[in-house]
Design a protein around this ligand. Structure first.
Ligand code: BGC
Length: 630
């Protein structure tokens, strides 16, 4: 018994000793690979005053190689992280961590959300890089997906779906150029646009961010947008997104428990990949895309950030993409449960810049450890950083004198108004439209008639948008109508269509639609009109000879009583210039737009594949390309 007891004690002691020694060993290894004593500092290479990378006459490849040759591991890793401005509480963080990229996610605004506030904030960030040894300028990114709409005072253009309806690349290029000028005016040098997704299910909350479900239209307009951003008088870096297949996720396949389809699975279909999803990216690359965002979706069962074949073999090698791949919001951490392995796998799969908005310290530590352990090679890091620097040189960040930009100007407002007029699709017209501006009495109703926030949709001041009064600059559709009718015309408005006077009107205008939403929060099992709006239409129908229904929405809605409408117009999310709606409604300008995607008749038709085939084989209410030209 005594000997058994002694054996047990010895066994337990051995286990404890074993664990202590192992822990000490692991600790020692980690200390060795992360401690500054083993960093490259002793061999830090100081660039001469006439270093090649500073010479703008040198080819970009030469400048990149030269700059890379002076950089330490930490400096390189600093270029690979993209963090949100809200995680900077002290300016010195930028120089201490040698950061290369910051972003304003939708909630990240300066303390005072104004044009001057933005400019001052970004100037301070940019200045802080001068405190670092190599003074590499920052990329500052934002989602100016329909103008620099988070900034009150900026011009708010129609969302991409409306631009898709115009099918007018020349107009789209001018809008992107104007957006670049507005961004430049506040110091933002990077826009997370154009969007090259192809939505085939209107239940998805991001339909309106896309131009069309037609790869050809997406290509044409995507390239126009990209060129407008990068080649105008105030160039900013464009990002084609979201690679790849976004828009074809299956309903209820989302990895996010709050969502239904956003961040879901795209069936891994090689034929569709080649025929449908890749062509717009190939075109964007050929047109000079230097940044592409990797989607939060999965291709088959595997998250996009882990898809080495698609990211490295197809996109970089086969399609010849020379720019950098940026992951989407925490996308890398969603790749695997363990975030260290998630980081290692994503970088090895081909992700060059990681949008880990609040986790820069962990990332930097992980990357250092991974490199020291040989899990992420020097070559991979040099390749990633080289690609990021390439974009910075190409954008002229090291050379060009500051360009002023232009924001909220009258000419930008006129351009937005032109775009609105060109984006309205006339779907039904029983001889009502255009309305005579001299009509004596017009009744207006509906949730979107006097609601600038609703007509702007999401990504406007707030990520999820604002339903109603907004600090953003804009003219409501009601105000637009009032501004184009004759002086003698009486326009009466009530949101619900309940008017004091019983006087019958020749014309009723119902401006109805959806409240704002962004991303998966807009996934909707039954996108249709609200009961409130249906009632407003019925109230108008009871008091007016004819009623025009204008739908303000981010997607086609399922309509059950279209036969009762005298005219139907899809206005998408027109943005700040409600006057553009009035221009076509009252005949100052013609209707020229066409549907950028099919308009389904029922939920059972969803999804509708890119060739127009509905899920139940019946005919869509209106096919893509439909629109009465008048
Ligand atoms: C979206 C991207 C966007 C990014 C940065 C993500 O949630 O999916 O489209 O560019 O946030 O704001």
């Amino acid at each position: 018994m005594y000997t058994t007891l002694v054996r047990r004690i010895n066994a337990r002691r051995n286990i404890i000793v074993f664990f202590v020694i192992t822990a000490l060993l692991i600790g020692a290894v980690l200390l060795l690979i992360t401690t500054d004593a083993f960093d490259q500092k002793p061999i830090m290479n100081t660039p001469p005053e006439n270093a090649l990378y500073l010479d703008s006459t040198q080819p970009i490849d030469v400048r990149v190689a030269d700059l890379l040759s002076y950089m330490t591991l930490e400096e390189k890793i600093g270029q690979m992280i993209l963090i949100e401005k809200n995680s900077i509480h002290d300016l010195r963080t930028i120089s201490d961590f040698k950061m290369g990229g910051l972003l304003s996610g939708s909630g990240a605004k300066p303390e005072v959300n104004s044009i001057a506030g933005w400019k001052q904030m970004i100037t301070h960030y940019q200045k802080q890089t001068e405190e670092t040894r190599l003074a590499i300028p920052l990329l500052y990114g934002s989602d100016a997906i329909h103008g620099h709409a988070h900034v009150p005072g900026a011009t708010v253009f129609p969302h991409a779906i409306g631009l898709g309806a115009t099918n007018d690349p020349e107009l789209v290029e001018r809008i992107a150029e104007a957006t670049a000028r507005e961004l430049t005016a506040t110091g933002v040098n990077w826009n997370f646009a154009p969007n090259l997704d192809q939505p085939e299910d209107i239940r998805w909350g991001r339909v309106y961010e896309s131009f069309s479900d037609d790869p050809a239209r997406v290509s044409t307009l995507g390239i126009a947008y990209l060129k407008g951003l990068q080649e105008g008088d105030a160039p900013v870096l464009a990002t084609a997104k979201h690679f790849v297949g976004l828009g074809s996720m299956e309903w209820e396949s989302s990895f996010n428990k709050n969502f239904k389809i956003d961040q879901g699975k795209v069936p891994a279909d090689e034929t569709l990949l080649r025929a449908q999803y890749l062509p717009p990216y190939q075109d964007a690359i050929d047109a000079g895309a230097l940044s592409i965002m990797v989607g939060l979706n999965a291709w088959g069962e595997k998250k996009m950030v882990l898809q080495k074949e698609l990211l490295t073999d197809v996109l970089k090698k086969e399609l010849g993409f020379k720019g950098f791949l940026v992951s989407d919001w925490y996308g890398v951490h969603e790749g695997r449960k363990n975030i260290f392995w998630a980081t290692v796998s994503s970088v090895n799969a081909g992700v060059d810049m990681l949008m880990l908005p609040f986790d820069y310290q962990t990332f930097m530590w992980h990357m250092k450890v991974a490199n020291r352990l040989g899990l992420v090679s020097d070559e991979r890091i040099n390749d990633a950083v080289g690609r990021i620097l390439y974009a910075k040189f190409a954008l002229g960040l090291f050379d060009t004198a500051e360009v002023e930009g232009e924001i909220g100007s009258a000419r930008h407002a006129a351009l937005a108004r032109e775009a609105v007029a060109k984006s309205l699709v006339l779907l039904k017209n029983e001889g009502v439209v255009p309305i005579d501006p001299a009509t004596p009495y017009i009744k207006v109703a509906g949730s979107a008639a006097d609601n600038v926030g609703r007509q702007m949709g999401a990504w406007s001041v707030e990520w999820q948008g604002i339903d109603g009064k907004t600090p953003a600059k804009g003219v409501s559709i009601l105000e637009g109508i009032e501004s184009v009718v004759s002086d003698a015309t009486v326009v009466e408005y009530d949101r619900e269509g309940l008017f004091d006077s019983n006087r019958r009107a020749a014309i009723g205008i119902a401006v109805v639609g959806e409240g704002p939403y962004a991303e998966g929060w807009g996934d909707n099992a039954n996108p249709t009109l609200s009961e409130e709006d249906k009632l407003a239409i019925r109230n108008l129908q009871a008091q007016c000879d004819t009623v025009v229904v204008i739908i303000v929405s981010g997607r086609p809605l399922i309509l059950n009583d279209i036969e009762t409408y005298d005219a139907l117009i899809a206005a998408w999310l027109p943005g700040g210039e409600g006057g553009g709606v009035a221009d076509v409604l009252f005949g100052t300008k013609p209707f020229t737009a066409t549907l950028p995607l099919p308009w389904p008749a029922s939920l059972s038709q969803l999804p509708i594949s890119h060739d127009g085939t509905t899920a139940d084989g019946t005919k869509a209410l209106f096919p893509r390309g439909f629109g009465i030209i008048k």
